[in-house]
Design a binder for this molecule. Structure first.
Ligand code: SF4
Length: 203
């Protein structure tokens, strides 16, 4: 028997494919719906942050944004207990094999949220001649939802979680966010205008 491969060098030339989930033995629509609602309302993200966007992910779990309201607050230290990977930050080529291995260890069905411009496309580190960054995590693993921003606001990350729930269920569970029409910014002069000096009466 050969020794297990511990080199952690997956083939990064092709992104790995989304795992197929076999249909359940009892394939009845109401029962599937029941399990899907439970699955969507209890997403367990893996505790996994790569750079500054991870701070936004942390703030999503704090009191102000409180991801617990939507059932996704149980950040798991083991990928074997998680079904959501939020890729928050810059994916370096050195980190890529570990990221792929972590993804492969997650049980299916599993979902991936690419949070921030670095995870989507390399962000500010994408330039001609760069050699250290993977220009988009979708070059490694299948991504379900993209959340743009540098960094994205915590509300945007919540919207990403809602989109994953919508993907599981086929319907949106939460009200659409209110669209507030933006007002034009008041025009300010570049330099404050000098007040007119009072005219002296001496002539
Ligand atoms: S997208 Fe911006 S905030 Fe997020 S990891 Fe990259 S540089 Fe940092």
């Amino acid at each position: 028997m050969g020794s297990p491969d511990r080199t952690m060098k997956p083939n990064l030339a092709e992104p790995i494919q989304k795992s197929e989930v076999l249909p359940p033995i009892i394939n009845l629509k109401p029962i599937n719906w029941f399990f899907d609602v439970n699955r969507a309302m209890s997403l367990w993200p893996v505790t996994f942050g790569l750079a500054c966007c991870a701070i936004e992910m942390m703030s999503v779990s704090m009191a102000r944004f409180d991801i617990a309201r939507f059932g996704a607050e149980v950040f798991r230290p083991s990928v074997r207990q998680a079904d959501l990977m939020m890729v928050t930050g810059t994916v370096s080529k050195k980190m890529a094999p570990a990221l792929v291995r972590l993804y492969e260890q997650m049980p299916a069905p599993k979902y991936v949220l690419a949070c921030g411009n670095c995870a989507i496309s390399g962000g500010p580190f994408k330039f001609e001649g760069q050699y250290g960054i993977v220009e988009g995590v979708d070059k490694l693993i299948p991504v379900d939802v993209y959340v743009p921003g540098c960094p994205p606001r915590p509300e945007a990350i919540l919207e990403g979680v809602f989109s994953i729930q919508e993907k599981i269920l086929g319907v949106r569970l939460w009200p659409q966010p209110e669209v507030i029409p933006s007002e034009p910014a008041p025009k300010k002069p570049l330099r404050p205008e000098k007040e007119a000096e009072p005219q002296s009466d001496q002539a």
